[in-house]
Design a protein around this ligand. Structure first.
Ligand SMILES: [Zn+2]
Length: 168
């Protein structure tokens, strides 16, 4: 973005509220591009003793990750991850366990991560074209490659999943 969407003057970088922002250079315009992060819900999916990863239609073969999605207007994150899991792989979410918030600076996103326990049969969608079933050990050893954050979230899911099964 080079020009102000409100008055078409050039944008400039300047400090506002202690952070450098992109803002309009016209003194008569108040436009600031706040660039707030976008919240994204993400889940490691568990079914019985297995964990399920999905491959997005846009990704190359062999690349699997979590189920993710954006929030709808007025939707709680827990509702969003239930909806996304059902829409993308056809599974009904029985339990939602919050894992943590993660900042993804390269995409300016806030990742709201969950472990979801599911029932039903996998039904692929336009978005998720392939799934991979992993045992606990296989998920623990899975190479997420450049998806370092996913590897971290998977470790949290495994830790929570095993402590939950000890409790029940
Ligand atoms: Zn302006």
């Amino acid at each position: 973005m080079k020009y102000c969407p409100q008055c078409q003057h050039p944008l400039e970088q300047r400090y506002i509220g202690e952070l450098e922002r992109t803002a309009c250079s016209s003194p008569s315009c108040n436009f600031v591009h706040w660039d707030n992060p976008t919240p994204v819900v993400a889940a490691i999916v568990q079914q019985g003793d297995n964990f399920i990863l999905g491959r997005n239609a846009l990704w190359p073969a062999g690349l699997f990750s979590m189920i993710t999605g954006f929030l709808e207007k007025n939707e709680a994150p827990e509702q969003a991850i239930r909806r996304e899991t059902l829409e993308e792989i056809g599974l009904t979410v029985e339990e939602v366990h919050f894992l943590g918030h993660h900042i993804l600076p390269q995409r300016n996103q806030l990742i709201i991560a969950y472990l979801v326990k599911t029932s039903g049969e996998v039904r692929l969608s336009d978005e998720i074209v392939e799934v991979k079933y992993l045992s606990r050990d296989a998920l623990s050893a899975y190479d997420f490659g450049r998806f370092k954050l996913v590897a971290q979230i998977a470790r949290q899911a495994l830790a929570l999943s095993s402590s939950a099964s000890t409790l029940s």
